[in-house]
Ligand binder design. Structure first.
Ligand code: BV8
Length: 252
């Protein structure tokens, strides 16, 4: 499928906009995506590192996997796609509304300057207690640097600490999901960047926006799995395509 010719989008200053991003927006920063060849999952079986069962079975492996990714994320920098998305939030600040929903856990959107970021799959830079009966399991703490060579333990209950990441088979954080669904329900423009549209329930947001009549747009290296939900499809690298799509915003 060929995409549409990439040209600057007309985004009114008072528009209600939701941007949803996936691993593809960070690819040009040097962060491996999940499904492209050589992607993250290929080095580890998904069940071994991104499920709670995998964590219980081998917490050392899972902590090494996430500590490595945290170090990688701190070594790389936002790319022009991240900065263009930050400029879009600024452009809409007075009269419009902007919500960024990201499936990425690398923290690059905040480092590029975005403020209203919903990290729907959690963050490499937050840690919480794994014991559901411990209050520290509901209150993740910021954690940029702790290097987990030894398994970290909760100060409150002595249980294991875990990355504040939504693993496969786990529910999204209820408050974050409610905010995301509200923004999707209200938006006039729904723009997704760099996501394969494979992982649920986030992969269903574009369908909701489409059915509510929003202008649904996707920018991706290839057509996503849920391409039928998009009225406009722009193919190419995010670092090149997104600044072109947001040229009117960047030149404002
Ligand atoms: C839940 C944290 C249930 C981990 C992640 C069958 C049908 C429907 C659902 C399911 C099903 N089988 C299983 C499920 C459920 C499952 C799911 O959706 N599985 C998929 C694989 C089918 N979902 C879940 O488990 C969710 N929870 O369902 O709970 C429940 C309900 C009630 C009560 C209890 C439980 C939780 C899902 C969250 C999992 N966690 N992340 C971590 O990061 O370590 S998901 C993981 O995938 C990342 O967050 C990642 O972002 C996300 C999605 O992937 P993408 O971001 O899209 O990345 P990907 O590599 O796939 O694609 C990149 C795209 O970019 C590609 O298209 C590529 O072409 C493009 N690209 C590459 N380079 C560039 C580019 N584009 C532009 N420029 C470039 N340079």
């Amino acid at each position: 499928m060929a995409g549409h010719k990439v040209s600057a989008l007309d985004i009114p200053r008072n528009a209600a906009v939701v941007v949803l991003t996936g691993a593809g927006v960070s690819a040009e920063s040097g962060i491996a995506t999940f499904r492209d060849s050589g992607g993250l999952w290929e080095q580890h079986r998904v069940e071994d590192v991104a499920t709670h069962e995998g964590f219980v079975k081998n917490p050392e492996l899972v902590w090494r996997f996430y500590s490595l990714r945290r170090k990688d994320a701190l070594r790389v920098h936002p790319n022009p796609a991240h900065y263009a998305i930050a400029a879009l939030e600024e452009y809409l600040a007075d009269k419009g509304s902007f919500t960024l929903i990201t499936q990425n856990v690398d923290g690059l959107h905040s480092r590029a300057g975005n403020k209203n970021v919903l990290e729907i799959h959690g963050s490499l830079f937050k840690t919480k207690c794994d014991n559901p009966r411990c209050p520290a399991s509901e209150t993740p703490f910021d954690d940029e640097t702790t290097d987990y060579d030894a398994l970290p333990k909760c100060e409150k209950c002595g249980g294991l600490l875990r990355p504040d990441i939504v693993w496969f088979g786990e529910q999204l954080d209820r408050v974050t999901e409610a905010k995301a669904m509200h923004a999707v329900g209200e938006c006039e423009i729904f723009l997704t960047i760099g996501t394969s549209g494979v992982v649920w329930p986030v992969a269903g947001y574009s369908r909701l926006a489409y059915e509510l009549g929003a202008r649904t747009i996707t920018a991706n290296l290839e057509p996503p799995a849920n391409v039928q939900n998009y009225r406009e499809v722009y193919l190419g690298k995010a670092g090149e395509v997104v600044p072109m799509l947001l040229a009117n915003v960047l030149n404002d």
